[in-house]
Design a protein around this ligand. Sequence first.
Ligand code: GTP
Length: 388
Amino acid sequence: MTPKSSLIPVTLLTGFLGSGKTTVLSHLVRQPELADALVIINEFGEMALDHLLVAHSTENLVMEMSSGCLCCTIRGDLVQTLRDITWRFSRGGQRQFRRVLIETTGLADPAPIIHTLMTHPQIAPKYRLDGIVTTVDLAAGMHTLDSHPEAVKQAAMADALLLTKDDLATDAQRTALLRRLDGINPAAPRWTVSNGEIAPAKVLDLGLFSVQGKAPDVERWLREEAYAESAPHGHAHDGLDHHQGHHDHGDDDRHRHGHAHGHEHDGHDGHDHHDVNRHDDHIRAFCFAVDDPIPEEMLPAWLDVLMAFVGSNILRVKGILNVEGHEAPIVVHGVQHIFHPPVPLPAWPGEDRRSRLVFITRDVDREAIEATFQAFRQVLPQALERAA
Ligand SMILES: Nc1nc2c(ncn2[C@@H]2O[C@H](COP(=O)(O)OP(=O)(O)OP(=O)(O)O)[C@@H](O)[C@H]2O)c(=O)[nH]1
């Protein structure tokens, strides 16, 4: 099997129509860190004029023009392109790029593209998803999220959020949007981006594995603390720790968006943290931890049932698991009903040996997920005993 770190990392740049993807891309491709990147623009319908800007700045560019059914053709074209580029962009048998950046059409649901990367028999063995980067327009974002569920999904699935057009946003727009993003995606770092200017390091190597083969940074990847409740919560008697919902805003620079208002002042302005779902985005973000090691036979059974019944509404799940009989942790990562094969890590990243899973779902509450977990935990030993 190819080691994870040697697969070609793919960054997905998504965001609603006009939210600033191409502007970000035009900036990124000019940076030396991206000299070894191949850019695929997955455009639907008419080519936007501003894409020519990108085309002038790099030779490593593939334009895909799709028409037909949005999700089917985009997926098919992408498979074709990802298959072809390894020989199209090779010289003397050497591949001329080390990473891929895909700009998706603003209307696309990112899930099918991610599934292709994770499961397609010719793609999954060569590529790995490095991260989903989503642009959100600070001025028009609220309206877009209200009107387009796919834009909510793009924001919910992101590993990093790029907040664009700060110069056009009023304080009220900015505050309202940031608060809404707290509910949709509390863990993704947010960066304010003016006219596309973003440091490549903020959008690359967002996955567990880096191009340089560095040790995986599980804490940064999981960001479990971002899901912690603002009010302290006692340790639950059922062996699960419950965290739901909201940013602690940290004291790192992940939220450095250049404004002291709003985002940092949550909880002091009359809104409590339950308010974050008031727009009825149906999005839930939560984490739960399990104290005791999980029986090995329980894990696939539980995940299978969960995925079968609510998989399409589990937008993202990431976890580090303590599995019985394993010294080191096992990492899992899923998008909707598709799970990456579990990856064993060489060692625990810190003292905390609990299993921790973070979920971003649509209309699936923490309680439902925990109830299935508890049910499996109680029923499985009995079932195994009976079968013996
Ligand atoms: N004022 C302002 N305009 C911006 C900024 N970033 C991008 N724009 C403008 O917003 C418009 C849309 O930006 P694009 O980068 O084309 O957006 P896109 O998401 O690629 O759009 P589609 O390809 O249509 O999905 C362009 O006219 C940009 O010049 C910004 O920070 N401030």
